[in-house]
Design a protein around this ligand. Structure first.
Ligand SMILES: Nc1nc2c(c(=O)[nH]1)N[C@H]1C(S)=C(S)[C@@H](COP(=O)(O)OP(=O)(O)OC[C@H]3O[C@@H](n4cnc5c(N)ncnc54)[C@H](O)[C@@H]3O)O[C@H]1N2
Ligand code: MOO
Length: 399
């Protein structure tokens, strides 16, 4: 069977995600909205800032009245939080950053350019043009203006924006419910003693933590044994789940029951990609529930989640732009042999170049812990030191 190119798999996934996008809307407090996707746009109700105000600590003036070297009496002092009376003609006002400009004033000079005489009058060292250091009313928002579009992902910046507009509640899509399971008789939870042949389960915590970061509700289905009957019965009891996400058991081994069950009793969207690591990545549905079977090798789980599950999940959550943002970086190594699968190497950012971790085996999780992100080596491509290849930082992929 030919391996499906990554781009084709992504198109298929996003097409499916569009059909399964969450439509239920909840109104929640701004704190609870963190990580959610905005279901209705945020429209400003007020003018922001509500009045022209000073961008500096200094002196508010009628700019035409300022003559360098000529003293002006200081007629009032305006702190942020106060509404001042109009500026008396022929005077200036002591003013602080964020304080409303007195009516009549049209500029502010910062105090570094003003000398205060012994008699308290202010002498300006230079002419002041109208508008200098004034933040006009409404430069941030006007009533009726759309400040955040539906589909925005609410992080600290967006929530601060909502707070600046005085909002306490936001309309967001409900969380995506994702059931996570691991497969493999060899897997043991940390804290338990290891018997011969066993290893600790690391994919479980990787996937659960990552899903939580993406704002999903995680249903922990634990670890399934390598037993077809048991797997079938555990999956049949699932209810109210948007996505079933598993790791392991999707290759061609005799105990790779999960993939076998899906292929025989579910619907397969794709199985086997031209991707390294991550070849046996499987997508389909089981009893109507979308199913993603990530290959079990720890780095294969990580890479397939980053490149395929993450965009699928974000699109289902209601986010339009889901492709991870990468950028070209120079590499400090050569790839002499072209590969038939698109490869994502674990690389560190060292001295302005991407450096590869020595052991790129998909079982070596240390490669990812050491690295700063993934470097994309397209199919049928070789490279020399100094060549540019796309780099996707983990800081982008993990959020
Ligand atoms: N004959 C072939 N064998 C394999 C092929 C192939 O094309 N032909 N593909 C290889 C590739 S590539 C990968 S990737 C693996 C993926 O296999 P599975 O998805 O079936 O994963 P498992 O066999 O269950 O496990 C693989 C590996 O990862 C360890 N593992 C699994 N789950 C966890 C976990 N939760 N935490 C930590 N480590 C885990 C497991 O012990 C195995 O060592 O198949 C190749 N084989
Ligand atoms: O594709 Mo596997 O995920 O290379 O080890």
């Amino acid at each position: 069977m030919a391996l499906m190119p990554l781009d084709q798999a992504l198109r298929l996934l996003l097409d499916q995600a569009d059909q399964r996008q969450v439509s239920d809307v909840e109104t929640v407090g701004t704190h609870a909205a963190a990580g959610r996707i905005l279901a209705r746009p945020i429209i400003a109700q007020h003018t922001l800032p509500p009045w022209p105000n000073s961008a500096m600590d200094g002196y508010a003036v009628r700019s035409a009245e300022v003559q360098p070297g000529q003293p002006l009496p200081v007629s009032q002092k305006v702190f942020a939080g106060q509404m001042p009376p109009a500026l008396q003609p022929g005077t200036c006002a002591r003013i602080f950053t964020g304080a409303p400009l007195p009516e009549g004033a049209d500029a502010v000079e910062m105090q570094e350019n003003v000398e205060v005489q012994d008699d308290g009058q202010a002498v300006f060292t230079q002419a002041v043009r109208a508008g200098r250091f004034v933040r006009p009313a409404g430069e941030e928002a006007l009533p009726g203006q759309e400040k955040l579009a539906a589909g925005a992902r609410l992080g600290p910046i967006e929530l601060a924006m909502a707070a600046s507009l005085g909002l306490t509640k936001l309309d967001v899509y409900r969380r995506l419910r994702v059931a996570v399971l691991s497969t493999g008789d060899e897997l043991v939870q940390p804290g338990q003693p290891l018997q011969p042949g066993q290893i600790y389960n690391s994919n479980r915590v990787l996937l659960q933590q990552w899903l939580q970061r993406l704002g999903c509700e995680v249903l922990d289905l634990g670890c399934l044994p390598d037993n077809l009957q048991e797997i079938r019965s555990r999956l049949s009891s699932l209810d109210n789940v948007d996505l079933l996400l598993s790791s392991g058991g999707v290759s061609v081994g005799e105990a790779d029951y999960l993939g076998q069950l899906l292929r025989e009793e579910g619907e397969v969207g794709f199985w086997k990609l031209a991707l390294k690591p991550g070849k046996p990545m499987t997508f389909g549905s089981y009893q109507g529930i979308p199913f993603m079977g990530l290959p079990g090798n720890p780095v294969s789980t990580l890479v397939t989640f980053a490149l395929l599950s993450r965009p699928y999940i974000l699109r289902c959550m209601g986010l339009p732009e889901v492709a991870p943002k990468g950028f070209p970086v120079p590499v400090d190594f050569a790839v002499p042999e072209p590969g038939s699968r698109r490869e994502f190497m674990r690389v560190g950012w060292r001295n302005g170049r991407a450096q590869q971790y020595d052991n790129q085996c998909s079982g070596i999780l240390s490669s990812a812990a050491w690295a700063d992100g993934l470097l994309e080596i397209p199919e049928n491509t070789t490279c020399q030191p100094g060549d540019l290849l796309n780099f996707y930082p983990f800081s982008e992929l993990l959020g």
